[in-house]
Design a protein around this ligand. Structure first.
Ligand code: DC
Length: 222
């Protein structure tokens, strides 16, 4: 019997494995894949580029509203916004350091949530982020909350940075990871937390293939 699952949400803290699991899962199931973090990063990049104060929530909201973000076909690493195709720029240190602050702004969240729901209405989707199961798509067919220890997550982020040629101390990455967790979980607006009915998976010591298989198997039972 065909699975009744059309919408899967994956939430969790930074470097829990959401991106790689989500992308692989979407590919296996033939679903669209949307990493919503990239949208918050795109607004941050635009704000920094235009010199908008990161504390000016109203202006940031207008910026997000006036510059809708489009997915670049077949490329989950890039988005098109305000005439720019953005990819690697969204992973740079200045975006990394400001994105948690900008993603706290209510007007930015309202705008991006609306854009995310529009994208989800178009096709079967795996959507990943921090508030997808709690706020964006609470009626999703399968809601997953991925976690891993801060040490494992910091090590993954550090490795990604090494691979990009950035030299940083592992301890610095661990401190930043814990700080970002605090901001993401402590914010008043859509804090990071598991959705009601979410399936919790700890990714410590599990391979991507094992995780994806577990999830695909679960979709067959729904
Ligand atoms: O997953 P990421 O590291 O690319 O996310 C970047 C930032 O955006 C992170 O600080 C949390 C925030 N974010 C959010 O608040 N809500 C989402 N749905 C996705 C990301």
């Amino acid at each position: 019997m065909a699975s009744k699952v059309n919408v899967i949400t994956i939430d969790g803290p930074v470097a829990a494995g959401k991106t790689v699991v989500g992308r692989e899962l979407a590919q296996t199931l033939g679903f669209t894949y949307l990493d919503t973090g990239i949208m918050y990063r795109a607004v941050t990049w635009l704000a920094l580029n235009k010199g908008i104060a990161i504390g000016d929530e109203t202006l940031l909201g207008s910026l997000a509203h006036d510059n809708p973000i489009e997915l670049v076909e077949d490329n989950s690493e890039q988005v098109s916004v305000a005439g720019n195709i953005l990819g690697l720029e969204l992973r740079e240190a200045n975006v990394d350091q400001n994105v948690s602050i900008i993603s706290k702004a209510g007007p930015v969240r309202t705008e991006l949530v609306a854009q995310q729901r529009k994208i989800a209405a178009k096709s079967k989707i795996v959507m990943i982020g921090r508030d997808i199961g709690t706020v964006v798509l609470p009626d999703a067919d399968l809601k997953i909350y991925l976690t891993a220890s801060p040490e494992t997550r910091a090590k993954r982020r550090w490795q990604e940075m090494q691979d990009r040629g950035e030299t940083t101390e592992l301890m610095t990455v661990l401190t930043q990871t814990i700080k970002r967790d605090e901001i993401d979980s402590g914010r008043a607006n859509s804090p990071l937390k598991p959705a009601d009915g979410a399936w919790h998976i700890n990714t410590d010591g599990l391979s991507i293939q094992q995780l994806v298989k577990q999830i695909v198997d679960r979709t067959k039972t729904l």
